[in-house]
Design a protein around this ligand. Sequence first.
Ligand code: GAP
Length: 451
Amino acid sequence: MSDKKDEGMITNVALKDIANLCKRRGFIFQNSEIYGGIGSVWDYGPLGVELKKNVKNQWWKSMVYDRNDVEGLDAAILMNPETWKASGHISSFSDLLVDCLKCKKRFRVDKISGKACPECGGELTSPRSFNLMFKTQAGSVEGESQDVYLRPETAQGIFVNFSNILNSSRKKPPFGVAQTGKSFRNEITTGNFTFRSREFEQMELEFFVKPGDDDKWYEHWVETRFNWYLGLGIKKENLRLREHAPDELAHYAKKCHDIEFLFPMGWSELEGIANRTDYDLKQHSKISGSDLSYFDEAAKERYVPYVIEPSGGVDRAVLAFLVNSYRSEVVRDKNRTYLSLDRRLAPIKAAVLPLLKNKPEIVEMAHRIRDDIKGSYRVVYDDTAAIGRLYRRQDEIGTPYCITVDVDSLTDGKVTVRERDSMEQLRVDASGIKGFFMEKMDSANQKGGSE
Ligand code: GAP
């Protein structure tokens, strides 16, 4: 898409504008809002669920379908609690917290400066360790239930299935296992809309390699994942890599880079790529007693694979794509807000709009066009307002194409296709509209996004 319209546009949007749009248009709602909500838990509405699904589908396509060395998995959220002993989450997955003796608020030690409460100046307790995992009980017999945890990362479901996948898929290192799914953390520092939620979704790949090949694969995944965001339209100047200092590294990591996005609150982590070494497989071998090594028949060599892990947050990616695509401009003395979302991510790909809803032939033709192109894409028919308002509504939710049926369409068989970003209008034969639309969507799939 041409850059000409970027001049004079508001592109540095505030998080509250995004949150307002998300609520108004049905992307994201506060969870259980009618009861006053619950801290840092969010629901995705009719458009949010489409956007989120599109983000996950693009991730799955690039990680699984476009490659020949990755298999998929959908492991359960609840796991045998020994898992979390082995992974180190019971002993180390915690924040150091202090409580204010006066206002009773709780803070992460690393997020405050000074010795007094940042809210009321009150005296603070000495730091205490607070585990971030949610604990619950499994079992139906009173007194015989077992403490279990809601997983804080999807990764462990992959590690404990390492042998199952190896044996059933006949894969050999280097190969990976991809998974998307919910994770839970009892976060203390929240705020910033969905950025840090207590229930969120991850997209994780655990890529198993021969020790010694790990540095090479690490570079590969850092580059591949960085380019994935660029390919889906994240602006280069809003994306950067940051390497973790040695004292920042997680207990399992030899090296880690964060992919950071320039969110309205500043540069923040979108995804982490870590070299987890053989830590997890060795720990699970030790605690479970199952041998999780790999025997290389050709080289007659046994080893425990190293793991390269690109781990992204679905909710953070959704938020980044919303912030990145938000545009506001003045067109003929009127404000126009639109989401310049990549076509592959847009929740609705096209809206078919009748210019006059009281003319049955126009309405009938519009319905026919929608039925013709709906197929595997979300295409809507809308006649609930005047055309100007319908365009604005579709702009604001990022619909790349509006197809309008007017009086002339009944005689010349043509419809108007309006492109979201440029607002250019084109007359297209109604009989060829499906082909026109499919070609646009296909070119987005092949080349990446909006041209
Ligand atoms: N398996 C490695 C792992 O979980 P992490 O850096 O703790 O690493 C990976 O999390 C990604 O998951 C982050 O980059 C972020 O996108 C997402 N994430 C983590 N905590 C989150 C939270 N509370 N809310 C939303 N997304 C979160």
